[in-house]
Design a protein around this ligand. Structure first.
Ligand SMILES: Cc1ncc(COP(=O)(O)O)c(C=O)c1O
Length: 402
């Protein structure tokens, strides 16, 4: 059973690769990752890509992707402590996608920039963010470059279509923020980010959910012109106020096509599409190849057609619903049980074929790409030639970035 011409993801292949190893373990298929890098490049055209590290959480994989992907703008990190680690590992351009209110970490980041020459960019949308940064930048005698986070959420009657992150959702709020920035001489605007989560992060082609898909597609279609207009106006205002051009970051795996169409955007963020976790299967615009997942051992067979595996309860973050549970990947027809789901220590599966027995394996996928790495110390890396290496995850290196 082959899913894509580039990769053999048959049960037999996974079994040959992993059944003799100590399980559970996490895997990364470099052939599939290569194919995803190629298709992401095609989707992005010439637009530089910023890799979302939260969706990777493995330094070797980040280096690998940065080395293969043409037109790399840098990394979008998810914490300042992580940004410091990345700067010390040689990454040169790191945009932290979320604001930081930890004074000690900000000082460490400034220190790391002085020592390595890397650029760490700080996300801001509140006076509290910039006054803390200004104080520390002044104390450290360093000019800190910041990114302004623009809210891209859209309100429709009765529906808030977006996320609650930035408070900068109109021209007045942005003008007030720029006025406050004028009082921060050690801060310099690098650019603006608008993350259109409602387009990038919501699937619109989920099997068996016809009506839901139609509603989401309709809302996305109606959002897109509003997003483009909001970003255009905000960027024009910042340009007028600074008297110069700025960088403009946007998007995510699910919105590459529409983000890249916007004239002001100078770079697009992409993370989840590299490992292609299962929440990113249900999009109409693209299909990437599952490149990472985990393998469980079947330990029991408590009833006919029920096979219980050790471990497996790796539930993804976000609003809690069944979409956040892992999915069985191989054998294809095995399913989780409604009553038990993926368990804390054991995961029973319903399966009627003849591939499973105690001692055998089951191949699973996580709902979210980077969170997989929070459960394992290494990714077992393979290619067509077989198992190659183990790449330590952030967890395996002892990091607990939040
Ligand atoms: C600020 C920001 N940009 C971009 C992304 C897109 O990342 P991905 O491609 O992994 O969906 C995210 C994901 O949550 C994000 O928070």
């Amino acid at each position: 059973m082959t899913t894509h011409p580039e990769t053999d993801h048959s049960y037999e292949r996974f079994s040959a690769l992993f059944s003799g190893r100590t399980l559970p373990l996490a895997w990364l298929d470099l052939d599939a990752l290569d194919a995803n890098i190629r298709s992401i490049s095609q989707r992005c055209g010439n637009m530089p890509v910023r890799i979302a590290s939260k969706s990777i959480r493995n330094s070797r994989a980040l280096e690998y992707i940065a080395g293969q992907q043409p037109h790399i703008a840098g990394i979008m990190s998810y914490s300042i402590a992580e940004s410091v680690m990345l700067a010390r590992r040689g990454f040169k351009n790191i945009l932290c996608g979320y604001p930081c209110m930890e004074a000690e970490q900000i000082s460490e980041a400034i220190q790391a920039m002085k020592e390595t020459g890397a650029l760490i960019l700080f996300m801001t949308d509140r006076p509290e963010h910039i006054s803390l940064l200004q104080d520390i930048a002044a104390r450290e005698d360093h000019t800190v470059r910041i990114c302004i986070d623009l809210d891209m959420s859209v309100r429709f009657p009765g529906v808030y279509f977006g996320v609650f992150r930035s408070s900068l959702n109109n021209t007045e709020a942005l003008t007030r923020f720029l006025d406050q920035l004028d009082l921060c001489p050690r801060l310099e605007i690098w650019g603006a980010m608008g993350y259109e989560a409602q387009v990038a992060g919501i699937a619109d082609n989920v099997p068996g959910k016809g009506m839901y898909n139609r509603i989401i597609r309709y809302l996305k279609k109606r959002s897109l012109p509003k997003i483009a207009e909001r970003r255009r106006e905000a960027v024009a205002l910042i340009r007028r106020r600074t008297g110069r051009n700025i960088e403009v970051n946007g998007g995510g795996t699910g919105s590459i096509e529409s983000t890249c169409l916007e004239k002001d955007v100078t770079e697009v963020t992409v993370g989840s599409g590299y490992f292609q976790s299962h929440l990113f299967d249900g999009y109409r615009q693209f299909r990437h190849i599952p490149a990472a997942g985990f393998v469980l051992r079947v330990t029991r067979n408590p009833a006919p057609d029920i096979y219980t595996c050790q471990s497996g309860g790796f539930i993804a973050s976000g609003a809690t619903d069944t979409a956040k549970t892992p999915q069985v990947y191989r054998p294809k027809s095995a399913t989780l049980l409604k009553n038990e789901g993926a368990g804390e220590v054991q995961t029973p599966l319903l399966y009627t074929g003849n591939l499973l027995q105690p001692g055998g394996i089951v191949v699973m996928r996580h709902a979210k790409a980077g969170e997989l790495c929070e459960h394992f110390n290494t990714l077992h890396v393979f290619r067509s030639g077989g198992l190659m290496d183990q790449w330590p995850t952030y967890r395996g290196e002892g990091f607990d970035f939040h």
